[in-house]
Ligand binder design. Structure first.
Ligand code: ATP
Ligand code: MG
Ligand code: MG
Ligand code: MG
Length: 540
């Protein structure tokens, strides 16, 4: 029998409930009272105070599924999404916790019991990693965990691997609760493939079919701002299992996108456009296969991003110009661009995907279901604004890139050609506002273009007038095999901020400033003043 995602989630919760764990609700994606974090990135965030000894709960064992976003800060998987088979920007992390109660032995034994004895995973496909120690941190290898894998489970000892801190010392951010961890990886390749290369050589190597599913973290330290580790009073267990990933494994799929969690959203997307979502992975050597893969990537990105956008909005984040709101706006515009350019979706469409999402996940996350209408309206209005300028922005981008491409190969003749291209010259005049004459403008263009970079001035124009977040322009440049001159872009951004700051000394209605700061609340939020807001409003 194949389990649905609802059943898998439920079985996880029940398994640990039977072992004395209290089932607790997911916390919000917006961390409460934690200035070190933009978005909740792991199940343990809501228990940070318990680990540090400053907070208490009426239980010492807990289990839950936690909504997580990994789009900023220490854990950022945005670039992976759509291209690989198992990273998402939004995902659910199933977790069990011990607060100064059980430790490594039970965590390891129960992980095995659930995965192998209850869910029937093939032990020959499982690998466990342990921390190899770290001189800089003054930590020895975690032989204790390795020994427990041997004594508590029948795992093949060849499948126990020692890994460095980068993989096996878990930290929530630069500071805070942390400790060595033991991770469980699964090898989903065919038998023939497994014969050829042993799975142990592919663990932690970004292989599409050899993925990490569960991390058992043994929290014992509090990382200090100077990098040193302070030992905590108690020892805790903090585990995180990728829900979408375990669903893929238990449903016999080679990708999280092929599970019942994503299928309805991918189907709804495919229904909107002339393309089907085709499962699997082509060798992208032929044009046809390359095109098929481009379509798949676009659909996967959209299916991923709609979850991030909808859940963030339902947790109170409003798309906006700064802080958390800007992260969500960026992701939304990224999804809209993939739809527009790759799938040919020229009308607002993202908001229509909230319905299949709520259908699938509204039962578990009632906040989302209850706000469906609001979430849809918010997304729709964001789409409408961006679609007003997206087409022109893409035209500008497409006008510029052939010149950049050519200039990076051989410069002279291209620039002469550019001089005769009236529309291109008009465009350069809008972008290179600092150049004193045509020649300087062309020289500045050539300087960036000869390096294979889209000039920062163009990126700034796209941002400022057409609402293209810089990472979107970078993504489009990357797709064209180009870079972006970030020094010039950063310089223009900085100057805009300075201008706005001096302008904001005049005539500022403080009540509005506070309203604005509230919306843009977030660690990276900067109050950029009215100029920038007005400019950006005009842009969208
Ligand atoms: P990976 O090495 O695959 O990036 P990780 O080591 O960064 O994962 P952890 O911080 O250990 O992940 O998080 C616990 C679990 O959450 C992982 O074992 C994995 O199953 C899941 N997970 C982590 N990042 C993602 C993601 N971006 N999308 C889906 N699941 C994820
Ligand atoms: Mg990761
Ligand atoms: Mg990892
Ligand atoms: Mg991990």
């Amino acid at each position: 029998v194949q389990r649905t995602s609802e059943e898998i989630r439920d079985e996880f919760l029940r398994f640990f409930e039977e072992k004395g764990h209290e089932i607790v609700p997911s916390a919000s994606l917006v961390p409460e009272g934690d200035a070190t974090l933009l978005f909740t990135n792991a199940g343990m965030n809501q228990f940070k105070d318990v680990f540090l000894g400053s907070g208490q709960r009426p239980y010492t064992r807990a289990v839950d599924t936690q909504k997580c976003l990994r789009v900023s800060g220490k854990h950022n998987d945005l670039e992976e999404v759509g291209h690989d088979t198992y990273h998402h920007t939004f995902f659910e992390m199933l977790g069990n916790w011990s607060f100064g109660d059980y430790f490594k032995r039970e965590a390891i034994r129960w992980a095995w019991e659930l995965l192998v004895e209850q869910w029937g995973l093939d032990p020959e496909r499982l690998y466990a990693t342990v921390h190899e120690g770290d001189e800089d941190l003054g930590l020895d290898a975690d032989d204790e965990a390795a020994e427990l894998w041997k004594s508590e489970t029948p795992l093949n000892p060849d499948h126990i691997l020692y890994e460095p801190s980068k993989e096996n010392f878990w930290m929530m951010g630069d500071t805070g609760p942390c400790g060595p961890c033991s991770e469980i990886h699964v090898d989903l390749r065919t038998d023939a493939e497994r014969e050829e290369i042993p799975g142990r050589e592919l663990v932690n190597k970004d292989h599409p079919q050899v993925m990490e599913i569960w991390n058992l973290v043994f929290i014992q330290y509090n990382a200090q701002p100077d990098g040193s580790l302070e030992t905590l009073a108690d020892q805790h267990v903090d585990t995180g299992m990728g829900f979408e990933r375990i669903c893929a494994v238990l449903q016999g799929k080679s990708s999280t996108y092929d599970t019942d969690l994503f299928a309805p959203i991918l189907q709804a997307t495919a229904d909107l456009c002339p393309h089907d979502y085709v499962r699997g992975y082509d060798d992208v050597d032929t044009d046809e296969a390359g095109e098929r893969e481009r379509v798949r990537i676009a659909m996967r990105v959209i299916a991923d991003h709609i979850r991030t956008i909808a859940f963030a909005i339902s947790d109170g984040v409003m798309p906006g110009n700064a802080g958390r709101g800007y992260v969500i706006r960026r992701i939304l515009r990224r999804a809209v661009r993939y739809g527009y350019q790759t799938l040919g979706l020229r009308e607002p469409f993202l908001h229509t995907l909230v319905d299949p999402l709520v259908e699938k996940m509204g039962g578990q996350f009632e906040d989302l279901a209850g706000q469906q209408d609001y979430v849809e309206r918010m997304i729709r209005s964001e789409e409408e604004s961006f679609l007003k300028t997206l087409g022109t922005g893409i035209e500008i981008f497409d006008r510029v890139t052939p010149y950049v491409e050519q200039a990076s190969n051989q410069s002279g003749a291209v620039l002469d050609e550019m001089r005769d291209d009236g529309k291109m010259m008009d465009l350069l005049q809008k972008a290179f506002v600092d150049a004193s004459d045509r020649d300087e403008m062309i020289d500045d263009f050539a300087a960036a273009a000869s390096q294979g970079d889209v000039p920062g001035q163009i990126a700034f124009l796209l941002h400022d007038t057409y609402g293209f977040p810089i990472d979107l322009t970078q993504l489009m440049a990357r797709e064209a095999g180009l870079g972006v001159d970030m020094d010039a872009y950063d310089d223009l951004m900085q100057r805009q901020k300075d201008r706005a700051r001096s302008a904001s000394h005049f005539d500022v209605d403080q009540s509005e400033v506070h309203a604005w700061q509230e919306i843009s609340d977030g660690e990276s939020s900067v109050f950029v003043g009215y100029d920038a807001i007005i400019v950006d409003d005009a842009a969208i």
